[in-house]
Design a protein around this ligand. Sequence first.
Ligand code: PRX
Length: 705
Amino acid sequence: MSTAGPGRDVPEAQIAVHWREEEYYQPPASFIGQANAADPAILKRFGEERFPECFREYADLLSWDTYWHTTLDTSHPPFWKWFAGGRLNACYNCVDRHLAANRNKAAFLWVPEPEEEETRALTYQELYAQVNEFAALLRDFCALKAGDRVTFHLPMVPELPVCMLACARLGVIHSEVFGGFSGTACGDRIADSGSRILITMDGYHRGGKLSDHKAKADEALQAAEKLGQPVDKVLVWRRYPDRYLSHTPMAEGRDFFVDELLPRYRGHRIAPVSMPAEAPLFLMYSSGTTGRPKGAQHSTGGYLSYVAGTAKYYLDIHPEDTYWCAADIGWITGHSYIVYGPLTLGTTSVLYEGAPTHPDAGRCWRIAERLGVNIFHTAPTTIRMLRKLGPDEPLKYDHHFKHMTTVGEPIEPEVWRWYHKEVGKGEAVIDDTWWMTETGGFLGATLPALQPMKPGSCGPGVLGIYPVIYDDEGNVVEPGSSRAGNVCIRNPWPGIMQTIWGQPERYVELYYARYCRDTHSTNWRDWPFLCGDGAVQGEDGYLRILGRIDDVINVAGHRLGTKEIESACLTAEEVAEAAAVPVIDELRGRVVEMYVALKPGLEPSSELEDKVARAIEHEIGKIARPKKVWIVPDMPKTRSGKIMRRVIAGISNFADVGDISTLANPEVVDSIRHQVQSRKLESGEVPRELTEAEREEIKTFGGTA
Ligand code: PRX
């Protein structure tokens, strides 16, 4: 079957690809002059013939107590051991070693959401003192020791990195659950990790509201208890030390205010525990899980080396920069590129408490101007939101970025150009960084001074990462063939997860079973890592990520990448955000329904609906023409800003929308349901009973975050 796109034949099993090639943008000379990686020799140093020794360069950015003897031990694939024999402490690398030269330099600049509250600078010395005192509390009050697990359910406050680093100092494995997750989700993760201590906060600001966060701790404990994991102690930080923001009682003998305990440990210093390179540093539960949660286990030596190296060369962090990654530390991005990467490099990093759009769409640019931020890292969804709410806001502020990065999903070329021109004022390099929770750090991106940018493509594999695209039969899909397939990484790298916590078979099954050539082989070449994304690779080696393999809509046997359809919608200049969902259809299997939100000030109309449909037809072809375009005031979103496709898919299919308690805006669900379903019924559509499999497909569409 061929597509109606720009003249290519695409076999049915393939995800159709209709992207247009975009032009290159060159980095400005001012950037190249100061870049950490400006000499092309670096590409040779990380050439495949130098693997795995090339990664010494990353490990040498760290301070080791004992140098390693084996760079890569492959004796038990795919459980790779990096820098075997080495010992180090992650907290020492992030904090202590910067004291001699930079004791009173800011490690973090914390910006509370209410603008009347002052920004707080946490110097390396202050961080050192707080981390030591809190580590003393964990050791002496909670009886925690190396190898134990602790769960945090903390928002974006400086106490979060303090907790992480205190654990790292003791060799205790931390597991931060994103603050926006429900108490039950937190409880599942407490139970899975076997934590008997939970660290939380009473409340925090988000989008103009003060939340009662401690209430979730009580739900979490109940959920964990049900799963057979009792929690002994709950440590509660207070957002304001003289107030308690929660309505829940503090359980006697179980719940403790941290500010009341800490004075006992004033001035205590704890020697950093020297940990083996392969000791687990933390667990990060992946967002979209059904069934048992999936805790990606990350190592100390390999992980820390990898985030230090990639933060240096790809984020181009220098110690003198003021860097702001506007992600949440509750995600892997925050662990790698707010806490561990930037701190190993001794830079100053901004932490922001609230929603990037609160109180208005100028908030980010005001912070950047005020603090002199010169590197800005965020997600396309935030960029889309800011473009929608305040397209001209960046012009009003005198901020200057040398570098801007994006992460988390493909960025549509239209949005990319706004980011480049308006936010970056044409002065900044943009780096689209592609990776995932499991990979610890970047997989695909451009070396900012050496490889030109191409909107919509993340770039080639990063240093020491050799990607390959396989079709379903395991044949290599050649770069430049315009065919999509499953992107894999041919080699191990230091940042890769060690296993799924407590589920080694699932780790092998999910990431290696599909393309492993010989399960008895100890040669890494036989163990390609399945990333789970569909991708297409240009002749230049640049990867275009089409989204998770399961995020495709199969229309009449034709697999369409949702991202591609959404990107096509954004070519209509009125459209700010778009989400494609499948609707079960007797004839065509699935048809596409489109949800779009318009830029501010624009009114929905049938002309606009038609324009969006035509844009899709024009960019992709008739096959993808949506059955219906719904113009909605706002999309249901998670607190991290991901559009919850399963919720709108549920609405379009008259199916259950599932749990919406973790949405940032649960109130939109009812109004969208009313708008969509009443129109459907009026037009004579008869809701049909879905089969079990269909219900499951809709319920998990686009991930189950
Ligand atoms: O589909 C890819 C998408 O996000 C997935 C990983 O999500 P998570 O584990 O939550 O980690 C997000 C932060 C690293 C990937 O499988 N993704 C991530 N970055 C990009 C991306 N898709 C396209 N372009 C990116 N730059």
